[in-house]
Structures are given as C-alpha cells and as structure tokens.
Design a binder for this molecule. Structure first.
Ligand SMILES: Cc1cc2nc3c(=O)[nH]c(=O)nc-3n(C[C@H](O)[C@H](O)[C@H](O)COP(=O)(O)O)c2cc1C
Length: 360
C-alpha cells in the first residue's frame, strides 16, 4: 500500500477501514453541513503574501503557549470514542502525540480512561476537555482525576448545551458497541443509551449534560482547580471578552467542526474580531478544517497562537493506529515548515498579519 501523502488522502483511505456507523459519526456535521463546508471555504478565501529573499536556511517551529514551549503550534483536538477507529483508541493517539511532541487534548467522552492515556505522555504535556454534567460532584471528580493524572490545562467546551442534530447518527441510532465504554464515566454507571429513532449520543447529552451552564460556572470551575482553563467554542468578540473577564486563560475559536449549530460562522471568519478584542490578553487558538500546513500559517498570521486538528487524526488512527496518527502530524509539520520557508519566515514570530490577504 502506498502511504497517503496528505490529510485528504488519509480521509479517502480511512473510509475503507471504518464501519459505516463510525465513519458517519466521525465525518458528519450538523443538519445541512453548511458550517462544516464553510470552515474550509473560509480558510481558502485567505491568500498568502509571501516575503522574498529572507534567510530561511534554519527554521524553528517552536512556540510558547501558557508559558510552556511547544515544539510546533499544533494540538490534537478532543474527540470522543476513538476506539471506533482502532482497538487501542486514545492510547494510540496519546503515544503518537508523545513521539511527535504534540499536545493531545483528551475528551471527557474517551473510550480509554484518562489515567491510562496519561501514562503514555512521556515528556509531552496533555490537556483534558471537560463537559459539565448535571451531576456536579461527578464533574468535580473528573477535574480531580485530571489534576492527579498530571493534565496541565482544562478545556471547557461551551458550544454543546445540547448536542447538534447530526442526521446520519439519528438514522444509524448511533451508540457504542458493547465492547466499548465511557471509560471516564463507567464507574458512575453512565453509558451511551441504545435508542430507537434517535442518536444515543444525543440522548446522552439530553440526560446528562447540564444545559444551564453560564459564565458563573466558568468561575465555579476555576474555584475548584488551579489548572488553567481555556474556553472551547467561542465565535464572538463579546463572548471572548467575557471569557477573559471571567478568568479564562485562553479561548479556542471553534464551531465543533461544524457539528453543533449549522449555519454558524466559520472559525476563520470569527478569528480576527476575537484576536482584536483579547489577543493581547489571553491565548487564542483555533480549529475547524485545518488540513494543510498553509492553513496553520494563515491561522497564525491572523493572530492565533496555535491550531487544533480534529478529524484527520481519526483518519490516521483508522488507517494505521499510532503510526497513522504520527504520520498525519508529520505531514502537517513538514507542510508548515515548507510554508514558512516559502513565505520568508524562519521562526513562528516571523508569521505576521501582512502575510495574508482576504480574497472576496
Ligand atoms: C468525531 C468527533 C468527536 C468530537 N468529540 C468532541 C468532544 O468530545 N469534545 C469536544 O470539545 N469536541 C469534540 N469534537 C470537536 C473537535 O474537538 C474539534 O473542535 C473539531 O473536530 C475541529 O474540526 P476538524 O475536525 O475540521 O479539524 C469532536 C469532533 C469530532 C469529529
């Protein structure tokens, strides 16, 4: 088999390795998938204005985030149920993250426990993504476990008070096979229900996730932990300001990969106003449709400190387990390195706003 040479080829190849229910769960967006498509279109509307005759013989992709040095400005986005792609699931992803020196953000809804994933870390930091459950003591226990296991930041996902309507999941009555569990929650007897006429995950959110969460709860979360909290799922400058005022240390500009509110703006459309509002105060990250090294360069030129990559990680996992994830990351890193050279950037600090231009 010829190895895929880019992330789009990974997607094509992954389709041969996944059961239809898993594939559709991974790839789909909400409703008509307008936002899912728009994330890519918005990135492509930006064009690069490369700078010439700069010495780019030595390039450094390292950057600082929350006071820590990252090898590259790329993180693995939190994604639920990775055992649907590969039997090692989140363990394989964590191993690939560690060998690639890339921060992995582990989902609350992982199919391997947060402690087992933490054991794969080596020296690479890991972050934990949090959904606030109706049961606050359960939520607090998750935070304590994440702290004890050495996770270095929490990402509070705020764009999912209810789950978006993903029609293929409804059609498939999406649920987990009996061999898989909500590894962080099974001791509380929580599981994805089997439902007729509905996605089991949709039903899980309706039953278990707290839709009454507000900015006060962001303060509550910070009152019970000393870990830095980032808010994931912000799309407006006024919300970014509130996140800052309520103590968040960072924002992930995200529309959940087009899986929540269809018709929501693309993340690259939201990024500029958010950078202008709080970019000098807290860390701004972005995700949604990042598939090329040039996409990362554009995000950084627009003021993001780093990007998160979602589905392509699952495609790598489905095709070749840990090796596939590591290869997806390697391809992205090589492409970013080349994009920097061709734009006249020897370091991440050299990536500045004049390198991009919007093309209407
Ligand atoms: C299969 C799948 C599961 C996801 N699960 C979660 C999750 O548990 N928590 C969360 O905050 N975001 C979740 N997301 C959203 C991602 O973290 C991220 O925002 C999005 O995938 C980025 O877009 P991209 O897939 O186009 O790169 C999930 C996305 C996918 C595709």
């Amino acid at each position: 088999m010829n190895r895929p040479i880019n992330l789009f080829e990974y997607e094509v190849t992954a389709k041969q390795h996944l059961e239809p229910m898993a594939l559709e769960y991974y790839q789909s967006g909400a409703l008509d998938e307008i936002t899912l498509r728009e994330n890519r279109l918005a990135i492509n509307r930006y064009r690069l204005r490369p700078r010439m005759l700069v010495d780019v013989s030595q390039r450094d992709l390292a950057t600082k985030l929350l006071g820590q040095t990252l090898n590259v400005p790329i993180l693995i986005a939190p994604m639920a149920f990775q055992c649907l792609a590969n039997s090692e699931g989140e363990i394989a992803t964590a191993k690939a993250a560690a060998i690639s020196n890339v921060v992995m953000v582990l989902s609350t809804l992982s199919t391997k426990s947060l402690e087992a994933v933490a054991a794969q870390r080596q020296n690479t930091p890991q972050w934990f993504q949090l959904y606030i459950h109706r049961d606050r003591s359960l939520t607090e226990t998750l935070v304590r476990r994440a702290e004890a296991a050495g996770y270095e930041a929490l990402c509070l996902t705020v764009d999912a008070p209810m789950l978006g309507k993903r029609e293929s999941d409804r059609r498939n009555q999406f649920t987990l096979p009996k061999t898989m569990e909500l590894a962080n929650l099974s001791m509380s007897n929580l599981a994805i229900p089997q439902t007729s006429q509905e996605s089991g995950l949709f039903a899980y959110f309706a039953q278990q996730i707290d839709p009454s969460v507000t900015w006060k709860d962001l303060e509550w979360l910070q009152s019970i932990t000393s870990l830095p909290v980032l808010v994931k799922g912000i799309l407006r400058s006024d919300d970014s300001l509130k996140a800052y005022e309520h103590g968040a240390k960072g924002i992930i500009v995200s529309n959940h990969g087009g899986r929540q509110l269809d018709g929501a703006i693309a993340t690259f459309e939201a990024l500029t106003e958010i950078v202008e509002t709080v970019g000098d105060k807290i860390e701004i990250l972005v995700d949604g449709g990042i598939r090329r090294g040039t996409d990362i360069l554009k995000a950084l030129a627009l003021g993001a400190k780093a990007v998160l990559v979602g589905r392509p990680i699952l495609w790598g996992l489905a095709v070749e387990g840990m090796k596939g994830v590591a290869h997806v990351l390697q391809l992205l890193i090589e492409e970013l390195d080349l994009a920097m050279a061709l734009c006249g950037c020897a370091s991440i600090e050299d990536i500045e706003p004049s390198l991009v231009k919007i093309n209407y």
